[in-house]
Design a protein around this ligand. Structure first.
Ligand SMILES: *[C@@H]1O[C@H](CO)[C@@H](O)[C@H](O)[C@H]1NC(C)=O
Ligand SMILES: *[C@@H]1O[C@H](CO)[C@@H](O)[C@H](O)[C@H]1NC(C)=O
Ligand SMILES: *[C@@H]1O[C@H](CO)[C@@H](O)[C@H](O)[C@H]1NC(C)=O
Ligand SMILES: *[C@@H]1O[C@H](CO)[C@@H](O)[C@H](O)[C@H]1NC(C)=O
Length: 298
């Protein structure tokens, strides 16, 4: 069934119904083109196909996220694994270019075109198409990274690392962890902005009860508050903003050890019940074995 919606460019195509709490998988077709892709060039040697077959083939293929086609039977599909970034821009009907996105919508919902949240649901986590004017952009994190879309619209990719693959080696200072993220991975020691990110980091390392392991994150108490039970942290990743309440809620803070050593750096670790972070000495830290790197997805 092809359902034409009373809208300028949009056509939903309900090819099948897949029961799912977040909606049924559908193809959404617009007049548009994939930027930086010459449809004639990429389809050289391919047999022309009908628009319907072009869209249906993508719909039926698990890894397909989008097809780019024209009225002359040229059809090119993009699969999830080999696509890191795609930009689609709306075009005029007369140009005869079309793009169909694989996405999910609830059957009983037909949001206005401008309110549509297109999401790629092919991979492990849903990835939003970011709409900016008449452009849609799809961006994926590096392999094995976890993507977080923050409230302020910032999208961040994160992963945890150990020294080599040796979980016994310590990364004994926060500065070392920062350097490791930068030099070896070209990432930042990442800051944490939400409970969701914190829980992911905590869970990802599956901290065992018998193992005293800490994970460096980017948060060092500002110099003038050193040694104090205070939430003025300095975050240097370039994309995390200081939210003092967040640290108060989720970090077990003291500012200083019983022996009088300042504890100005934050670590994700088993803390007192209810907390997922501790403030710890920034240097000579023997239980710092993991570090969380990240980068801004642009
Ligand atoms: C895509 O990558 C995933 C993870 O590496 C793999 O399991 C899957 O088979 C790949 N899919 C295709 C169509 O290559
Ligand atoms: C990491 O693991 C691989 C394969 O298990 C091993 O060959 C290698 O020596 C290990 N490297 C380190 C630094 O432990
Ligand atoms: C924050 O960190 C940067 C880089 O380490 C440093 O230059 C700056 O002085 C720090 N700011 C505060 C207020 O501690
Ligand atoms: C640090 O401050 C918080 C909030 O005022 C307080 O609940 C906590 O007990 C303090 N921690 C220590 C070790 O004094």
């Amino acid at each position: 069934m092809v359902l034409s919606v009373n809208m300028k460019f949009v056509k939903f195509i309900f090819l099948a119904t897949i029961g799912c709490v977040i909606g049924q998988q559908k193809m959404m077709k617009i007049f548009g083109k994939v930027l930086d892709v010459d449809l004639d060039e990429v389809t050289i040697g391919l047999e022309p196909v009908s628009n319907f077959k072009c869209v249906d083939d993508c719909f039926q293929t698990d890894g397909c996220i989008l097809v780019f086609m024209n009225s002359g039977g040229k059809c090119f599909s993009f699969d999830f694994n080999s696509t890191k970034k795609l930009t689609v821009v709306e075009t005029k009907r007369e140009e005869g270019l079309m793009v169909a996105f694989k996405t999910r919508f609830l059957l009983d919902q037909c949001p206005a075109y401008d309110d549509m949240d297109l999401v790629v649901t092919v991979g492990v986590d849903p990835i939003p198409w970011i709409k900016n004017g008449n452009e849609y952009t799809f961006k994926k994190c590096d392999l094995h990274h976890k993507m977080f879309k923050r409230k302020n619209g910032v999208v961040v990719c994160m992963q945890l690392y150990t020294v080599g693959n040796d979980t016994e080696s310590v990364v004994n200072s926060m500065e070392n962890a920062k350097k490791k993220c930068m030099k070896e991975r070209k990432y930042q020691l990442t800051g944490v902005q939400s409970k969701e990110e914190l829980q992911w980091i905590f869970g990802e390392y599956k901290i065992r009860s018998d193992e005293n392991v800490g994970i460096w994150i980017n948060a060092r108490r500002q110099n003038e508050y050193s040694g104090m039970n205070d939430t003025h942290f300095n975050i240097t990743d370039g994309y995390t903003t200081l939210d003092q309440e967040f640290y108060r809620n989720f970090a077990d803070l003291s500012g200083i050890s019983d022996a009088g050593i300042p504890e100005d750096c934050l670590m994700v670790s088993k803390a007192s019940p209810g907390f997922l972070m501790n403030d710890v000495p920034c240097d000579n830290n023997d239980y710092a074995k993991v570090y969380a790197c990240g980068y801004l997805l642009v």
